[in-house]
Design a protein around this ligand. Sequence first.
Ligand code: ZN
Length: 191
Amino acid sequence: MQPNLIDIPPVYYPFDSNEPFKECLVCGTDLTLGTRDYFVEKAIKNHVEFKVKDVVFEYAMCSECAEKMQKSMSEESQQNMQNYFLQHENFMQKVQEFQIGEGGPIDEVLSKCSITGEAIDDMGEYMMFGHFRGGKMVATTMPYVIGGKAMDEISELMSNKTLDEMNGFMGQYFGGPPELENLWKGKPVFL
Ligand SMILES: [Zn+2]
């Protein structure tokens, strides 16, 4: 089946750019060529009362690096996570609609948590995920948005080993302000 390719919503660009991500965070491979798919993950802190959103971290990772990272997750964690998504029918239904090109407008999809349906404007934190090929978005199981509540549920399904791996990854690439560490410690980085 041909994947459904759509224009990249600018919200998936780096926060200080008007163009899509250009290279893989881990191996530096050129993502603009479209020869290797990539994923973007963004963590947003939303100051609800001020209507101000900060990007806590963001990156693009090529499919090869993502696969390596996934292999470093314990099998138990992978299985638990897969089950979690499967159990949420809204999520699975949306995925299918998107894959056949019948998903709702992308802005609407990205306006709420894909698991709980809570509006992003009402959530203190959320994460966004997307799958891309060169200058296009690929509709697969992504794009989706995971709010703080669902993130907590998912991180509870992770083994300690997996959480350690993820924290190691975060420390290596985003060992930044302590605020970030407090906020995202133990939160999943998943693809
Ligand atoms: Zn890479």
